[in-house]
Design a protein around this ligand. Sequence first.
Ligand code: GLC
Length: 438
Amino acid sequence: MMDDSELQQQAEQVLHLNARNSYTIPADPLYPHQWLWDSAFISIGLRHVDTERAKNELLSLFEAQWSNGMIPHVIHHGKNKGRDGNIWRSWMNPHAPEAISTSGITQPPILAEAVLRVADGLKKHERKSWLKLVYPNLVRYHQWLYTDRDPHNEGLVLQVHPWETGLDNTPPWMRELHDHQLPLWIQAVKSMRLSPLFNLFRNDTKIIPAHQRMTSIDALALYSVQRRLRRKNYDIKRILAHSLFAIEDVSFNAILLRNNQLLRDIAEEIKQPLSQHLADDMTRTESAFEQLWDPYSSQYYSREFVSHRLLKEPSIGALIALYSGTIPQKNADQLVKMLEDEQMFGSAFPVPSVPVGSDWFQEHTYWQGPTWINANWLIIDGLERYGYKDHAAALKQSTLEMLKRHGFSEYFSPLDGSPAGAQNFSWTAALTLDLLNQ
Ligand code: GLC
């Protein structure tokens, strides 16, 4: 088992290995581009060792911001018409940047957090100019989230693909997809058990054992949703006119809430007030979020956009609500009970992405069981702000112990901490640095 200084040194090495020009890839060879929330977490770690690189990590994201304010979830720097660029064809949307090809959807808006954490490592005058430099990007992004993704002014923003939540095959989204949105041809493949054939076309299962990734049916289903969005050129009006696959995701909205608050803090610090319109939108989200609370099971769920039906499948999203900072203390207290419960999230190496007692739970399968370090980081931060200092310290300690034993995997078994997914994963390494140096 590594000690603190070995852990620190090896984490730095992973970030060195995955550095590319001005940004960091999540892992080689599985994820060869820049990802939005990965880079946010990476900058939060990098600030402890190289503040210039931490700033560049975020500036590379802003460089790919669309003219309508969207920040895409994947950026294919320097690979304009490569295979992955062609899957997305972002250039079909008039708002996409000309010089860089990107995906056409976003990821959890954790950028005000990253900007401020990086600012904490800067000297006073550098801090001001850094905040002033990136503030317009942040404002345009949050404005886009409301204008594009809250078309009825309800206060919650919707997502059109589970990739936007970052929790790709998380149960609430997969249940909804299978029950209501599966194209006929995929239903046929599923019922005729032909899906193993599709393994031949998958890259990820050539790199990672198949049982640690999503099933081929799920992968096909996610690509078919992506294609539907591409056919509508990522234009939200056209998407919502033709497809009813839209969910107000609990973790995405919780992350938005916290980052709204941090954006207000930045505005105040640099004395550049937010527009009244955006300020009103932000306030509305705080009360709207409480509509996701289910008093019967005492937890938060994601909600289907049109019918407002709560999607009562268990997932880590419920606990990420703690990170919002806006939920009532009594609800936070209920969430902490789930974290303590051994049949739910209280496993030996928490926090499992699905409760261990759930039918969905599989210890090594992507977002259907494993412990992920970014989710732990968000929950630790939330616990501290809700006064659960001991719980936060215990979770930090079990997380660091797992990392010292097993290194910087993409995810881990919540039962015995064993590693799974990609090795040398950047946000695992970066957030290790942050947990060690906080
Ligand atoms: C996977 C994860 C997603 C992450 C991406 C790149 O798709 O589910 O959250 O951003 O990999 O690491």
